[in-house]
Design a protein around this ligand. Structure first.
Ligand code: EPU
Length: 429
C-alpha cells in the first residue's frame, strides 16, 4: 500500500504535458489482436492499467518490443492462449475488450467477469446483447464469460444505454463480421473515434464514429498499422480543475481543446479564466469563485470522470452548487473523504449539494477509486496543512507520473510506501 503526503496552501503554476488517453490506450491494445501484421503504438500513457493490458497481451502470446518511453511494437501472430487470467483481468474494467477482439479474430473467447473502479452497478448487458445479435453464443458460469461463434454476421443493433465499452466492443467484433453492422444510439466520445481510426488503419471499414450511428462493413484480414493515441482529456481536465481550484495558473500542453469544451465552459462559469490555443489551454484561478451547477452526461456533456475533481473546485466557490450524477449510480465515493477535510456536502440520491466557501483542512483520507483519488489530491493542495492520501494505487491506474507533474507545477507531494513505515518502525526497535 502506498500513500501521498501533500502540503496544502499551494497555488499550482507552470506548464504540464498531457499524456496519451487511458481509455483509448486500454481499448487500442486489445484491438491489436485483430492484426495479422505488426502494429506500432505511440503516446501510450505510463499507467498501471496500460501495464496490466501489456501483461495480458504477453500471456496470450503477443510479441511486444518497447520503442522508447511511450511506444510499443506489437506482433500478435497466432495466439497460443485465448483465456486472459483472472489475476490480471480483475484489476481493470477494460479487460472486457478481449471479448470483442478475441471473438473477432478467433471466434471464441473466455474472459473472467471484469473488475475496475467501484462506481455502483456496472452491467455489461449491452455488450452481450450485441455479441448475441452478431451470432455469438454466450455462457456465463464460474465467474467466466464464454463466447463462441462459428461465424459472426453483421446485424442492426440499437443500444438501450449509451455505453463507451459496449460501443467499442461491438465495433471490434463487427469489424470482422460478415456483411454490414449498424450500431445505433452509440457513445460519441473521442476515444471511440480514436479506436475506429486505429481499426480503419488496420484495414477495417468503420464510418460514423463520433456520431450516434456507426456503420461497419466487416473485413476478413487486418494488416499492421501505426497509430498515435489521442491526448487524455480527463488528465487534462484534472489539471485544469486543479489550477482553478488552487487559484493558480497552469498551461496544459499537447491537448485537443475541442475535447475539453464542457470543462472549459464549466471552469469559466466559476469566474476563472480559460485561454484556448490550438494545442494548449491556460487556466488562471481567481480569489473568489462563483458557484455553478453541474450535470454529468455522455460526451459532449460534462464527463462523469471529472465530476469528483469538479466537486472539489465547487467547495471553493462561495454559495450553493448542485451536482447531478447521471452516468453512474454510485459515483459519490469521494464525498465522505472530502467531509473529513471540512467540506460541506450533502448527497441525496444522484444529487450532491455543495455548500462552498468553507476552507478545507488537511486530513488523512483514502482514495476510494481513480478519479476520487485525483479529487482528493486537489483538495489536499488547497487545504490548510498536511494531508495523507492512502491507497493511491487507484490513482496510478490512470495518471501518468502524477506526482512528478505536480511537483513541476510547484506542489509538495511525496510518495510513501508501507515498507517506509516498516523501516521507520524497525529504527525504533
Ligand atoms: N451500462 C449498462 N449496460 C452496459 C454497459 C453500460 O447499463 O452493458 C451503463 C453503466 O452502468 C453506466 C452507463 O451505462 O451507467 C455508462 O457506462 P459505460 O459503458 O459508458 O462505461 P464503461 O465503458 O464501463 C467507460 C470508462 C470509464 C468512464 C465511463 C463513462 C473505460 C475503460 N472506462 O466505462 O472510465 O467513467 O466510460 O464515461 O473506458 C475512469 O477512467 O475513471 C473510468 C471509470
Amino acid at each position: 500500500m502506498e500513500k501521498f503526503i501533500v502540503q496544502g496552501n499551494t497555488r499550482l503554476s507552470g506548464s504540464v504535458k498531457i499524456s496519451g488517453s487511458k481509455n483509448s490506450a486500454v481499448a487500442v491494445l486489445p484491438a491489436v489482436i485483430l492484426s495479422s501484421g505488426t502494429v506500432q503504438l505511440e503516446n501510450l500513457p505510463g499507467i498501471t492499467d496500460v501495464h496490466t493490458m501489456i501483461k495480458i497481451l504477453e500471456t496470450l502470446g503477443v510479441l511486444i518490443r518497447r520503442r522508447g518511453r511511450d511506444a510499443l511494437e506489437l506482433t500478435p501472430g497466432n495466439l497460443s492462449n485465448l483465456a486472459p487470467s483472472y489475476e490480471l483481468v480483475k484489476k481493470m474494467r477494460a479487460s472486457y475488450y478481449f471479448m470483442g477482439s478475441l471473438l473477432a479474430r478467433y471466434g471464441r473467447a473466455e474472459v473472467p467477469i471484469p473488475g475496475g473502479c467501484d462506481l455502483g452497478p456496472r452491467p455489461i448487458d449491452q455488450h452481450l446483447k450485441g455479441f448475441t445479435a452478431l451470432g455469438a453464443t454466450i455462457n456465463i458460469e464460474h465467474g467466466m464469460i464464454n463466447l463462441s461463434a462459428e461465424k459472426l454476421v453483421g446485424a442492426h443493433i440499437y443500444l438501450d444505454v449509451v455505453s463507451i465499452g459496449a460501443t467499442i466492443n461491438l465495433m471490434l467484433a463487427a469489424a470482422a463480421a460478415e456483411g454490414r453492422t449498424v450500431l445505433e444510439n452509440v457513445a460519441k466520445e473521442p476515444e471511440i473515434v480514436d479506436v475506429a481510426n486505429f481499426l480503419n488503419a488496420m484495414g477495417a471499414s468503420i464510418r460514423g464514429a463520433g456520431t450516434d450511428v456507426i456503420r461497419i462493413d466487416g473485413v476478413r484480414k487486418f494488416s499492421g498499422a501505426r497509430h498515435t493515441v489521442i491526448p487524455d482529456r480527463i488528465e487534462a481536465g484534472t489539471f485544469m480543475l486543479a489550477a482553478a481550484s488552487t487559484g493558480g495558473s497552469v498551461i496544459v500542453e499537447d491537448v485537443i481543446p475541442k475535447h475539453l469544451e464542457a470543462i472549459t465552459a464549466k471552469i469559466r462559469e466559476t469566474g476563472a479564466t480559460v485561454e484556448v490555443e490550438p494545442e494548449r489551454i491556460k487556466v488562471k484561478g481567481i480569489e473568489s469563485l462563483a458557484p455553478s451547477d453541474l450535470k454529468t452526461f455522455p460526451y459532449p456533456g460534462f464527463p462523469t470522470d471529472l465530476q469528483p475533481p469538479c466537486m472539489v473546485l465547487l467547495t471553493a466557490a462561495r454559495g450553493l452548487s448542485v451536482i447531478t450524477e447521471n452516468v453512474f449510480d454510485g459515483r459519490f465515493n469521494h464525498v465522505d473523504e472530502l467531509k473529513r477535510m471540512g467540506a460541506r456536502i450533502k448527497v441525496e440520491g444522484r444529487t450532491a449539494l455543495v455548500e462552498g466557501g468553507v476552507p478545507l483542512t488537511g486530513a488523512p483520507v483514502t482514495a476510494p477509486d481513480l478519479r476520487s483519488g485525483a479529487a482528493l489530491i486537489i483538495a489536499a493542495l488547497m487545504a490548510d496543512g498536511e494531508s495523507q492520501i492512502n491507497e493511491i494505487e487507484h490513482v496510478d491506474r490512470g495518471y501518468d507520473n502524477l506526482e512528478q507533474k505536480l511537483v513541476q507545477l510547484g506542489a509538495s507531494i511525496r510518495r510513501e510506501s508501507e515498507s517506509d513505515y516498516q523501516e521507520q518502525a524497525g529504527d525504533l526497535e
